[in-house]
Design a protein around this ligand. Structure first.
Ligand code: PEP
Length: 251
């Protein structure tokens, strides 16, 4: 089964407004007509509308790094799914490891966020991954499986048509320690099997699974040669347009 590659750039909490606008324009210039992979970018909340303007009608997908699951009300500092849609977002990261581990969000909160995204018509990139301690304890598959199961429980296949899963081992994010293509492949294959158990093998065969964690242009192609690695989610390296473009074009 061939799945079209999808590569995202997570800008995290970086850049000024002017730098974000310039980076968006540069990414559009380099990748806006590249047919080989779907490109997504995830700027900080305050820059979303300005970046949407820079992306214009290009096929580059605009996403947010997070949302809160309530619709509106007394949730100081939070941003709803409908707000994201209203400023031009089509995509959203759900359960990024920094939300889970820096902000302490549980599997249950992340499951609610996934539902809120789907309800608003946002396309979710659901992030899962184990810590170093969990890997060393041989729990990688179990942890990713639990995160997936809790997030997907009770959802119908028809609601998840645009779901993308990102395998992002916590020990590889922002550390320079990229997983080997073999390490990524074995977890991706297991994720696909587990999604197959929950939603059916035909659904799982079409699911795109990204790898994320210290990807650079020098490691992107090796990861993308693996049969269950359908794309990449890139943090630090997505802040440099030339490097990000080289990663997107790596396959
Ligand atoms: C990320 O933030 O999703 C990520 C993978 O970061 P980095 O590429 O910097 O490790």
């Amino acid at each position: 089964m061939s799945r079209s590659p999808i590569v995202g750039g997570n800008w995290k909490m970086n850049l000024s407004l002017g730098e974000a606008e310039a980076l968006a324009s540069e990414v559009r210039h380099r990748l806006g007509s590249y047919p080989g992979a779907q490109t997504l970018i995830f700027p900080p909340f305050p820059y979303l509308q300005a970046v949407a303007g820079r992306l214009g009608d290009s096929p580059i997908g605009l996403g947010a790094q997070d949302l809160w699951y309530e619709g509106k009300g007394a949730f100081t500092g939070a941003v709803s799914a409908a707000m994201l849609v209203s400023v031009g977002c089509k995509w959203v990261l759900i359960g990024h490891s920094e939300r889970r581990h820096v902000f302490g969000e549980s599997d249950e909160i992340i499951a609610k966020k996934l539902r809120a995204a789907l309800h608003a018509g946002l396309k979710p990139v659901l992030c899962v991954g184990e810590t170093l301690l969990e890997r060393q304890a041989g729990q990688t598959f179990a942890v990713c499986g639990r995160q997936l199961r809790t997030a997907l429980q009770g959802l119908q296949r028809s609601e998840l048509e645009h779901l993308v899963v990102a395998y992002e081992p916590v020990w590889a994010i922002g550390t320079g320690l990229v997983a080997s293509p073999e390490q990524a492949q074995e977890v991706h294959a297991d994720i696909r099997d587990r999604v197959g158990d929950i939603l059916g093998m035909d659904f799982a065969a079409k699911l795109r699974i990204q790898y994320g964690g210290s990807v650079k242009s020098s490691t992107a192609a090796g990861l993308m040669t693996k049969p269950d690695v359908d794309g990449l989610l890139v943090g630090g390296a997505s802040l440099l347009a030339e490097e990000f473009a080289a990663i997107v074009r790596a396959k």
